[in-house]
Write a protein that binds this ligand. Structure first.
Ligand SMILES: Cc1ncc(COP(=O)(O)O)c(C=O)c1O
Length: 405
């Protein structure tokens, strides 16, 4: 079989590959704990289910306008007003099959071959591959002071005449860090001065710790949306725990939205009408579902932090948002793929290697599962890595025997 050089160079999403590995092990009856999960466990909001069921019941399941159902766009206009204090028009919005497709459509629409896109490490696994898929070049900025907070100077140093965009994800997958208001204000101003696109992936926007308010980039620009290169990405996957519906959207100036719609019209036409109806239901339904999810995740986050703070040798920068954290395991092993593989084989715990997020020696741990998964999962990691721990333990009647890294 002959495949293109480009396709051959693209990595599989490591998080999705690990989901599959965990599923196979579980189907064999193995007591796997999945600390790699990338989705909340809550059922979809009733309002979403009723709205999609009502659509299904009409039997009128057809194409929608490429950019999305007008009624869903209206709900997104309202979301923008309520959450960004910004009035946008339906023409500033395009709905896609998940924020993943939204991001890909953006990059496809703005990147010429060799254009560079700046990513802040640790970054979400899909950004570099998506940039490469449109013949662009990902350029990583890694904070050198051991924090997950890059400085503006670090970014400026990487900017060249080829720099086309910067992607910011706050709260950040995998670190859980929320970038400061000052930092976002500096980046917005810098991008405006240089004429660089600023892509804000706000998909975890509301899943934050009590009292934390991720920056609203619009607060720091005086530009009219039509003159602006600010692009906001959002969706229902994380906000409402509706990952399976696959609905994301972009808010940006009309000209860019029109280009994205042209691209999308040739690829997927439009996101599924059933899912669009569900997203509309979620956006217009009671919003206490989001607050309940946020509180549940906050509870899990506290347990995860407690567990990791009691883990000898592991260094943790406390997450303030998302449902992930990104502890540093270099005291045990610097090769994160080797470490993650060892922990899956010996302790039956799924973790995601830091190298996939651009930072070696770390693992991404998710606390989106149950409290039991968080506590038992981290306890098993401690057992597997502690040289003084007993050589074998029992999970029910399954014996786990320790080997050495
Ligand atoms: C940072 C980030 N952006 C975008 C996405 C894609 O979300 P969706 O399910 O809407 O495609 C994810 C999903 O994990 C994510 O973590």
């Amino acid at each position: 079989m002959s495949i293109s050089q480009l396709a051959g160079s693209i990595k599989e999403s490591s998080t999705l590959a690990l989901n599959e590995k965990a599923r196979v092990l579980r189907s064999k009856g193995e007591p796997v704990i999945h600390l790699g999960v990338g989705e909340p466990k809550n059922p979809a909001p009733i309002a979403a289910l009723l709205s999609s069921a009502a659509k299904l019941n009409t039997g009128d399941i057809k194409y929608t306008p490429t950019g999305g159902l007008p009624s869903l766009k209206k709900a997104i206009v309202r979301y923008m007003e309520e959450n960004y204090n910004r009035r946008v028009d339906p023409e500033n919005i395009i709905v896609s099959t998940g924020a993943k497709q939204s991001l890909y459509n953006i990059l496809y629409s703005i990147i010429d071959p060799q254009d560079e896109v700046i990513l802040l490490a640790p970054y979400w696994v899909s950004y570099p591959e998506m940039v490469k898929m449109v013949h662009g070049v990902p350029v990583m900025v890694t904070p050198e002071d051991g924090t997950f907070h890059p400085r503006m100077e670090d970014i400026e140093r990487q900017v060249t005449s080829y720099t086309k965009a910067i992607i910011i994800n706050s709260p950040c997958n995998p670190s859980g860090v929320v970038y400061s208001q000052e930092f976002i204000s500096e980046v917005v101003q810098f991008c405006e001065e240089k004429g660089i696109y600023l892509i804000l992936d706000d998909i975890y926007q509301k899943l934050v710790e009590n009292g934390v308010r991720p920056a609203n980039a619009y607060d720091y620009t005086k530009k009219n949306l039509e003159d602006s290169k600010l692009i906001i990405v959002n969706g229902v996957s994380k906000l409402y725990g509706m990952t399976g519906f696959r609905i994301g959207w972009v808010v940006a100036r009309r000209k860019l939205i029109e280009t994205m719609a042209k691209i999308q019209s040739q690829i997927t036409s439009n996101a599924s009408v059933i899912s669009q109806a569900a997203a509309e239901g979620a956006l217009l339904g009671v919003q206490s579902v989001v607050e309940n999810l946020r509180l549940e995740i906050q509870n899990h986050r506290e347990v995860m932090i407690r567990e990791l703070e009691a883990f000898n040798g592991v260094r943790l920068i406390k997450p303030q948002g998302t449902f992930y954290c990104f502890p540093d395991f270099r005291a045990y092993e610097t090769d994160s793929i080797k470490l993650s593989k060892f922990l899956l084989e010996k302790a039956l715990v799924v973790t995601v290697p830091g190298i996939d997020f651009g930072m070696e020696g770390h693992l991404r741990l998710s606390y989106a599962g149950s409290i039991k998964d968080v506590t038992e999962g981290v306890e098993r990691l401690k057992w597997a890595l502690d040289p003084k721990a007993p050589n074998e333990i029992y999970i029910g009647d399954r014996k786990l025997e320790r080997d050495w890294l």
